[in-house]
Design a protein around this ligand. Structure first.
Ligand SMILES: NC(=O)C1=CN([C@@H]2O[C@H](COP(=O)(O)OP(=O)(O)OC[C@H]3O[C@@H](n4cnc5c(N)ncnc54)[C@H](OP(=O)(O)O)[C@@H]3O)[C@@H](O)[C@H]2O)C=CC1
Ligand SMILES: N[C@@H](CC=O)C(=O)O
Length: 397
């Protein structure tokens, strides 16, 4: 099978490397040799062993009947959407690691693939190298999935781990994560939580079979987390983790992305560094955990190449993915209930007047009172918090 790789950056070059490193194993698994015919990129790569494969016009791939599978690792919605759509319409199968594309256009691209008797797969779009899309689509289909809660961003988990364990500076550790190839081209998507937000939207769509729009999910990142917050976390024997969650509520889902203070015994508390952890609860399965490298060149490329192998094995056979374009209206996050840790420069009496019953936490900062409160609804918390000056508040897991 001849394949094309669109986007020769961290993951695209990782795909080429994985196909080389595990050449024989991959050929055996796919039932035939898998080799790269084209690499589409904006740049040339003089001196690169693959330099002769580099092209700049995606139509070269569209018009080459020898190419059966295309990998998209460019990132972003456009022009990835236009290119991928053209490949599917030309009867080529597509594997992507691009969650921006999958979150925005996944349902449509699955339909187009079905209409053309080919496959569109996106295992690497959530959890990097961790298998989670295929398990949801194939192994957990006997269950109603009632909850997915995960650490779904490698960059921010790496940053929070370094900030907690080594007192690393936010900007310096972000630069480090970028140098390691973990972060998005614009790392705002990582640190503001937009990336895990897209990923939980994809997972919720897979679970409910309908389109969940990530723009409707309440999303907070880690930019407001300070060394003082981390010191409080340690004093409380907790760890700060950026969680993305989706919980079934009646016929809908309550979804949120935000930092949480997790107790040591929480299953996601020990997920550190670039690792991701995804907790899944099914109504008959009970609990399951998926754990592994959540970002990075080779782990992510491993997931992309596994999709390629699966699609080579399914040439001329469509793999059903239950995700329609019909919209799923998610629950208003203001109705979800959480307990909170709060730091305030108001005095304890004001905090009690605002919230009623609270539990004081020994203050670590001069002029500050700290306490926990709840569980209460997000709406009630916001209303009470208006009566005091909040320095920061973090939900308790
Ligand atoms: N890095 C990671 O750990 C993971 C990344 N992903 C996802 O995988 C995708 C790729 O990520 P990553 O490899 O890190 O990104 P990179 O920026 O390293 O690679 C993207 C490559 O695509 C090229 N490119 C961009 N636009 C075009 C275009 N119009 N035509 C041809 N080539 C183009 C870029 O060229 P140029 O550099 O010149 O712009 C670059 O070489 C993204 O969607 C990302 O979210 C998913 C899981 C993990
Ligand atoms: N930037 C992302 C890459 C993988 O999806 C992350 O850090 O998780």
């Amino acid at each position: 099978m001849k394949i094309a790789v669109m986007g020769y950056g961290t993951i695209g070059s990782g795909v080429v490397d994985v196909l080389k490193i595990n050449h024989d194993k991959i050929a055996k698994a796919a039932g035939e040799e898998v080799s790269v015919k084209y690499i589409l990129d904006l740049r040339d790569f003089p001196g690169d062993p693959m330099e002769k494969c580099v092209i700049h016009d995606y139509q070269t791939i569209v018009n080459d009947p020898e190419v059966g599978v295309v990998v998209e690792t460019m990132g972003g919605v456009e022009p990835a959407y236009t290119f991928v759509k053209a490949m599917l319409e030309a009867g080529k199968q597509v594997a992507t690691s691009n969650k921006n594309l999958v979150a925005a256009k996944g349902a449509e691209l699955i339909r187009i693939a079905r209409e053309h008797g080919v496959n569109f797969q996106f295992e690497a779009s959530v959890g990097g190298g961790i298998p989670i899309i295929r398990p949801l689509n194939k192994c957990l289909t006997a269950d109603e999935i009632e909850e997915i809660t995960g650490i779904l961003n490698g960059t921010t988990n790496y940053m929070l781990t370094k900030m907690t364990d080594e007192g690393a500076d936010f900007d310096a550790v972000l630069k480090d994560a970028q140098n390691k190839g973990y972060a998005e081209k614009d790392p705002t998507a990582d640190i503001e939580g937009h990336d895990p937000c897209r990923k939980i939207a994809i997972l919720t769509s897979m679970v409910c079979g309908k389109q969940v729009d990530f723009e409707e999910i309440h999303c907070e990142g880690i930019t407001k987390i300070t060394p003082e917050d981390i010191a409080y976390a340690k004093a409380m024997n907790r760890t700060i983790k950026l969680l993305a969650s989706s919980k079934k509520v009646g016929n809908s889902y309550s979804c949120m992305v935000a930092p949480y203070l997790l107790p040591a015994e929480h299953p996601l508390c020990g997920v550190n560094g670039v690792f991701n952890g995804i907790f899944v609860h099914g109504n008959v399965l009970g609990d399951a955990m998926f754990y592994g490298s959540g970002a990075g060149k080779l782990p992510t490329a491993s997931a992309v190449v596994a999709d390629v192998v699966d699609m080579v094995k399914h040439t001329n056979r469509h793999i059903v993915i239950d995700w329609s374009e019909e919209k799923m209206q998610i629950v208003d996050y203001k109705d979800s209930r959480n307990a909170f840790f709060v730091r305030t420069t108001s005095d304890l009496a004001d905090a009690k007047r605002a919230f009623g019953s609270i539990e004081e936490v020994p203050s670590l900062v001069d002029g500050e009172v700290a306490f926990t409160v709840g569980p209460l609804s997000e709406e009630d918390f916001a209303a009470a918090a208006e009566h005091i000056h909040v320095v920061n508040r973090i939900r308790l897991g």
